[in-house]
Design a protein around this ligand. Structure first.
Ligand SMILES: [Zn+2]
Length: 432
């Protein structure tokens, strides 16, 4: 790794990361200078033009380390061996059940490692993966592989794993306790999860999920209402349960597509309850566009996205992520959250992708019990992603070229020579 300089000048930081009093240039936040020391951000100040050493990134958009809040690295890269696929979510689940019979430790390890390498090169510092879990007793093969990968990748990517368990396995309280106990016993980075859908709906089973998670001190991450059936009740019931049983962990609900199919007043009332609960939402634009309203030979009419703007307007922590990559669910994706955000920016018509919506791929703290530590601040680790060929107006267009810094060291990407062109030829120091 190469060291980055102690000074990065003329960085364009997103508005969401800056204090309200930050100066503006026209309608844009003024450019920033970042001083780095010992692998951390020492100071972030408005650009002054008094220093010409270090890197002058010339207005390049800069984000903190990225977050993949919702992936399936146990299933990724199986597409090549699956043969012909039927459209839709439920058909994809059937295909994966058959493929899983062939999984070995070496197979899962190779595929999941490739996912983590791609994510690392994209600038991801934290990745949460779901892991299919169909065993009422014992733990799946892939779960143990993922636990080992968490240790292998420590210091590069914080890997969290969620047990993706069909809701019917929680129908008995004793069975729910057995599952939660196994997840909790598997060590750090584990969350309890469930697949909550109108085809397997049971409010009682969902209650068991909450009770078991509470008993074993687990956070929850649900696949929730990933469908366009307006009757889907997973999210609304989750919000109600969370308040009723005073759940102490963090609750994350992914997908929640059904909100987009429900009567507006009902959907907004559910979002009000989600904001009060509180619940973190995760939107997966790529797979929702591919799997919702999907029928062979028919153009989809609905987008399948949850109500991302209404959620954000209510202050609900909302993240955007990749979901499946090269498996029965989705052939697209590359474990680059910027790519997922770019899909969302078009599908949901984001007005300010960089200044507003880039927050949805950076706030790893929104997955934790203490969701109040924004990552771009003095004192934070200098994990930075500098988009070397993009500008803040067009971002995420041309966002592929990037320099990834981890703890102040260049971890991926090529540093443009133009950033160093003024290096120390006329060293001007304003002050000591
Ligand atoms: Zn998923």
């Amino acid at each position: 790794m190469n060291s980055a300089p102690e000074l990065i000048t003329q960085a364009r930081l997103p508005r969401w990361s800056l204090p309200a009093a930050w100066p503006t240039q026209g309608a844009q936040p003024a450019l920033a200078d970042l001083r780095l020391r010992d692998g951390r951000i020492e100071a972030i100040t408005p650009h002054t033009g008094t220093r010409t050493d270090g890197w002058n990134v010339q207005g390049a958009p800069v984000l903190p380390g990225l977050v993949e809040a919702h992936t399936h690295i146990d299933k990724a890269f199986t597409l090549a061996r699956l043969g012909a696929l039927k459209p839709g979510l439920l058909a994809a689940i059937e295909t994966m059940i058959a493929d899983r019979e062939t999984w070995t430790v070496a197979d899962v390890h190779e595929r999941a490692s490739r996912c983590l390498q791609w994510a690392f090169e994209a600038g991801v510092v934290k990745l949460r993966t779901h892991c299919d879990w169909w065993e009422p007793q014992g733990t799946p093969l892939a779960w143990n592989v993922l636990r080992g990968l968490g240790e292998e990748w420590a210091g590069r990517i914080a890997l969290e794993r969620v047990s993706l368990i069909a809701l019917h396995l929680f129908s008995e309280r004793a069975g729910a306790r057995t599952l939660a106990k196994a997840v909790a016993a598997s060590g750090p980075g584990a969350c309890l999860g469930a697949f909550v859908h109108s085809t397997n709906w049971s409010a009682q089973s969902l209650r068991h999920v909450f009770e078991a998670a509470e008993e074993f001190g687990l956070d929850l991450d649900l696949h929730c209402d990933e469908e366009l059936n307006p009757q889907a009740a997973g999210l609304a019931t989750t919000a109600a349960l969370l308040r009723e049983i005073r759940f102490s962990g963090r609750v994350v609900c992914g997908h929640t597509c059904a909100l987009a199919a429900q009567p507006e007043a009902q959907a907004l009332a559910t979002l009000d309850a989600v904001a009060a609960a509180p619940i973190t939402m995760v939107s997966l634009p790529t797979t929702n566009l591919l799997l919702q309203d999907a029928h062979t030979g028919r153009t989809p009419r609905q987008r399948g996205l949850t109500l991302v703007k209404e959620a954000r307007a209510r202050g609900i922590p909302l993240l955007i992520s990749t979901d499946n990559v090269q498996d029965a669910f989705c052939r697209a994706g590359s474990f680059d959250p910027v790519e997922a955000l770019a899909v969302g920016a078009l599908a949901a018509q984001f007005e300010h992708p960089f200044d507003e919506w880039s927050e949805t791929i950076c706030r790893g703290d929104w997955l934790t019990r203490a969701p109040n530590t924004p990552p771009l601040r003095a004192g934070a680790v200098a994990d930075l992603v500098i988009f070397s060929a993009a500008d803040s107006h067009g971002w995420p267009t041309r966002a592929q070229s990037r320099v990834v810094l981890r703890a102040g060291q260049v971890a991926a990407g090529v540093v443009p020579s133009a950033w160093r062109s003024s290096v120390r030829t006329e060293h001007v120091e304003a002050s000591a």
